[in-house]
Design a protein around this ligand. Structure first.
Ligand code: SAM
Length: 325
């Protein structure tokens, strides 16, 4: 078996990017476009976002993106809620692409991807991650509360057809629910040239049933060891919490583990923006958000908005301490 280290796009040359007080360059911005969703997944942690009905407009997003670009941010990822519920999603991608970031991606449940994939690709979207946990109608319904498996599946296939690359499947593995489907999902991924990301279930405070994650937790470490044995090649994604990527029979599998470690914080180069326009310095901290859209709405100058953006960066502090200040 062949092993190698892999450095991700835009993460190596951090010279020109603004850094936080812990010397961590800010290289990516994850923008949650809405808290609305058309699925209701059993395990969902809602990406750490609190409910809101006051979403940013395209122009407001564009203004913030211009500052992000100026400060050296390289990668933009749109998420939610379900980002494709935004009627102006194609326009948002178009505006983002006009600023020439290294990477633009979306995390979606894929239900509306059949409708939008081609327009999104034409607008400048590079790649897409689709949350898709089962190929079985009953299991899919149990997880999402909706009978929409075929929409998600067709959306995924369409995304690959129009040339979004890579199309990654995000599959959260749950014991006694879908842990027996990994092989089938890998076959489906190989058939359509997709990358399969297996995600370890994270305990979620927002789950109605708190026992859910205890009952259905499925550790991925043993599987990782098995994959290492059978893989033709393994790569370690150095700036992505040392995530492992396995190449097996012309297919790719990545393992994604939860974030509760100091290593995660040390390597964190990501800032978040909530749907209502607040910069969120850390995924796991909710009391230090910086409102950047209200001042835009009040007509504050670009310099003042940039100062607020820098305030958000200055508030970044590792949740799991160990990084030298
Ligand atoms: N609606 C979009 C989607 O379905 O991809 C974006 C939002 S969703 C919250 C973003 C990602 O978080 C998905 O890939 C989902 O699988 C993952 N996720 C949510 N809750 C999780 C949990 N408790 N454990 C592991 N992954 C989780």
């Amino acid at each position: 078996m062949h092993n190698e280290n892999l450095e991700d796009v835009g993460t190596t040359e951090s010279r020109d990017s603004v850094k936080d007080r812990y010397n961590r360059p800010i290289l990516s911005l994850r923008i949650s476009l809405t808290n609305r969703c058309n699925l209701n997944c059993l395990y969902c942690h809602h990406d750490g976002m609190l409910p809101s009905d006051d979403e940013m407009t395209v122009d407001e997003i564009y203004k913030i993106l211009k500052i992000a670009k100026k400060l050296g941010i390289r990668k933009i990822r749109y998420s939610g809620g379900e980002p494709l519920l935004r009627m102006d999603i194609v326009q948002i991608i178009e505006k983002t692409a006009s600023l020439d970031f290294d990477d633009i991606s979306i995390t979606t449940n894929g239900i509306l991807l059949g409708k939008y994939a081609e327009d999104l690709k034409d607008a400048g979207l590079k790649r897409v991650n689709v949350s898709f946990d089962s190929l079985n109608n009953e299991v899919y319904h149990r997880i999402t509360s909706k009978n929409l498996l075929n929409y998600a599946k067709e959306g995924i296939i369409r995304a690959a057809e129009v040339g979004l690359n890579p199309v990654k499947i995000n599959m959260v593995i749950m014991n006694d629910i879908n842990n027996n489907e990994i092989k089938d999902m890998f076959e489906f991924s190989k058939e359509h040239n997709l990358v399969l990301q297996l995600i370890e279930l994270i305990k979620s405070d927002s789950c109605e049933d708190n026992t859910f994650s205890d009952e259905h937790y499925f550790p991925l470490t043993p599987l990782e060891k098995d994959l290492e044995d059978i893989a033709d090649k393994t790569q370690v994604r150095k700036f992505m919490q040392n995530r492992k990527k396995f190449f097996i029979d012309d297919g790719e599998i990545e393992i994604v583990r939860p974030v509760d470690n100091t290593n995660f914080c040390q390597n964190c180069t990501r800032l978040r923006l909530t749907p209502e326009g607040k910069l969120k310095p850390c995924l796991l901290i909710n009391d230090n958000l910086v409102d950047i859209v209200t001042p835009i709405r009040q007509g504050k100058s670009d310099i003042e908005i940039e100062k607020l953006f820098l305030d958000g960066i200055n508030k970044r502090k590792p949740f799991h301490e160990k990084v030298e200040e």
